[in-house]
Design a protein around this ligand. Structure first.
Ligand SMILES: Cc1cc2nc3c(=O)[nH]c(=O)nc-3n(C[C@H](O)[C@H](O)[C@H](O)COP(=O)(O)O)c2cc1C
Length: 254
């Protein structure tokens, strides 16, 4: 799974198409009737997304969706499970860009009331190792959310600056799958059960977050539309230039 570098869409892959054989899958008949939300992921090459899908299958939850969808809908939750990677130069991968833009540009205690745990994927091959998960944790905490600690299951204890109490799955060292599996097992065994049946809460700044998330979403999509329109304009201009050139050649010849 982890060697595949393919672009993934923002939508989760259909469950039938997921090749992710963890021993976790053997525990699919989880005894709880969960009110916990499915995990939310952001993933460029589908590793984080596959982990989120596997967790959903294990816990008999509906398929996962993206972190951006979480921000744009903000369903009440007792526990938010975040699985995301770093991409580009420590930036957010697909499905988490609106979320990251919100974290980078907003302030205030809008996430007060939110409890979350997080698994971050990344690679020590990059100088920006783990940047996106790290920024996500720091900003969520600064904005009032409470991190539910998990072991990191990291092989090297050299994350600098430290980002404690979250899962760390480094793709540059063999066994990223196993570390992901360990983290998922821990969450299933030690965390989810504790949150089962707890009251689902809305974050305090829900209205404000939704307004800003919608604005960022429209800006991102508006930018895409502008680029498309500009490309159309360039195409038309090129076509006209070619037509004029053919016409000029024709006139010169006859
Ligand atoms: C083009 C590219 C850029 C990457 N940039 C980073 C980065 O800046 N920081 C990091 O820790 N890992 C980086 N990685 C490693 C990925 O985070 C890692 O492969 C992870 O498993 C991908 O998970 P995903 O498929 O869920 O996105 C990068 C990988 C690629 C292919």
């Amino acid at each position: 799974m982890l060697t595949t570098v393919r672009e993934t869409s923002n939508r989760p892959a259909p469950l039938d198409h997921v090749e992710y054989t963890l021993t976790l899958a053997r525990r699919q008949r989880f005894p709880l009737s969960l009110t916990t939300l499915p995990p939310f992921s952001a993933s460029q090459t589908s590793n984080s997304e596959s982990a989120a899908i596997q967790l959903c299958k294990t816990l008999s939850l509906p398929p996962p969706t993206t972190l951006d969808n979480y921000l744009l809908t903000l369903p009440p939750t007792n526990l938010l499970i975040i699985i995301l990677s770093s991409y580009g130069h420590g930036a957010s991968p697909l499905g988490g860009r609106i979320f990251r833009r919100y974290l980078d540009s907003s302030s205030g205690m809008n996430f007060k009331g939110l409890k979350f745990c997080l698994l971050g994927l990344g690679s020590r091959d990059y100088t920006t190792f783990f940047n996106n998960p790290k920024v996500t944790v720091e900003r969520l905490k600064e904005m009032g959310a409470e991190l539910i600690p998990t072991p990191s299951f990291d092989v090297q204890n050299s994350l600098s600056p430290k980002c404690d109490n979250v899962g760390v799955a480094d793709a540059s060292i063999d066994g990223q799958d196993e570390r992901i599996e360990k983290w998922l097992n821990y969450v299933v065994d030690e965390i989810v059960q504790k949150f089962e049946g707890r009251e689902e809460k809305e974050v305090e700044g829900r209205g404000e977050i939704l307004r800003e998330a919608k604005r960022i979403y429209e800006e991102e999509n508006g930018e895409e539309e502008v680029v498309k329109e500009e490309m159309k304009g360039v195409g038309m201009f090129g076509f006209l230039v070619v037509l004029i050139a053919i016409f000029a050649l024709y006139i010169m010849k006859y």
